[in-house]
Design a protein around this ligand. Structure first.
Ligand SMILES: C[S@@+](CC[C@H](N)C(=O)[O-])C[C@H]1O[C@@H](n2cnc3c(N)ncnc32)[C@H](O)[C@@H]1O
Length: 224
């Protein structure tokens, strides 16, 4: 049985049981091997744009004797997904928000049958929430975890329509509700970064200073 990092294990915890998965940017495919071994999914496609990454996946899949189970595909984003695959769940992890959103937007017509999208990205979570919910998904779950002294947010989107406030898009509707100690610590660290950035911004840079000040106020609002 494969052992995963806290980050990857947390991602696996959001994958619906018996789902049909495509893991975009699978790299090592450890998550995919774990999903099968732990009976979370029997139908898994591990896909990557990079041939070396995909070879890494193929090696690990073979080592675990799952080459008849986990299919591998080489290509950009959802280009590798076919309608006949019957996939209902997309996982995108360890990829920047802009790229993740691009992957979904570039193949919007393939999202019809996708009930669940799980994304772990460390950049621009506001943009991620805004753009994925615009594609007719709602935020079903969010977790914030610490792994190897780094903080990660994982978001699970499911089909649906809902309007979110700026604050919810920024910090996450579920994370605001659960308001864990780690979430508060993370927010305080991010606020400290913003305050330092503001200090270093020249006074004549009025527009950027105004934007940062607004952001800082948003942060102050949610700190306990
Ligand atoms: C940092 S690794 C993350 C690997 C794994 N998903 C994880 O979370 O540990 C990012 C992977 O995404 C792949 N990738 C980046 N952009 C991609 C795209 N547009 N389509 C498919 N794979 C992509 C890279 O080749 C790389 O293997």
């Amino acid at each position: 049985m494969i052992k995963l990092s806290t980050r990857l294990e947390s991602i696996s915890s959001l994958v619906p049981i018996n789902s049909n998965v495509i893991d975009i940017g699978c790299d090592h495919a450890l998550l995919d091997i774990y999903l099968y071994q732990n009976k979370i999914s029997n139908n898994i496609i591990a896909s990557d744009i990079n041939v070396n990454a995909l070879n890494n996946a193929i090696d690990n899949i073979k080592k675990n004797k799952l080459d008849n189970i986990i299919e591998t595909r080489l290509g950009n984003g959802l280009d590798t997904l076919k309608d006949s695959d019957g996939v209902d769940t997309i996982i995108i992890s360890g990829i920047g928000a802009h790229t993740a959103v691009g992957i979904l937007e570039n193949n919007q017509h393939k999202l019809n049958k996708i009930n669940t999208i799980i994304i772990q990205s460390n950049t621009k979570l506001e943009l991620l929430r805004k753009e994925v919910t615009r594609l007719n998904y709602i935020i079903d779950n969010e977790i914030i975890i610490e792994d190897n002294k780094k903080t990660y947010t994982i978001i699970k989107f499911i089909k649906g329509k809902k309007r979110y406030t700026k604050k919810e898009l920024y910090f996450g509707p579920i994370l605001l509700k659960t308001n864990t100690k780690l979430f508060q610590e993370y927010i305080k660290k991010e606020l400290a970064k913003l305050e330092l950035y503001l200090k270093l911004l020249p006074k004549y840079n009025i527009i950027d200073r105004h934007k940062i000040k607004k952001e800082i106020r948003l942060y102050h609002n949610i700190i306990d």
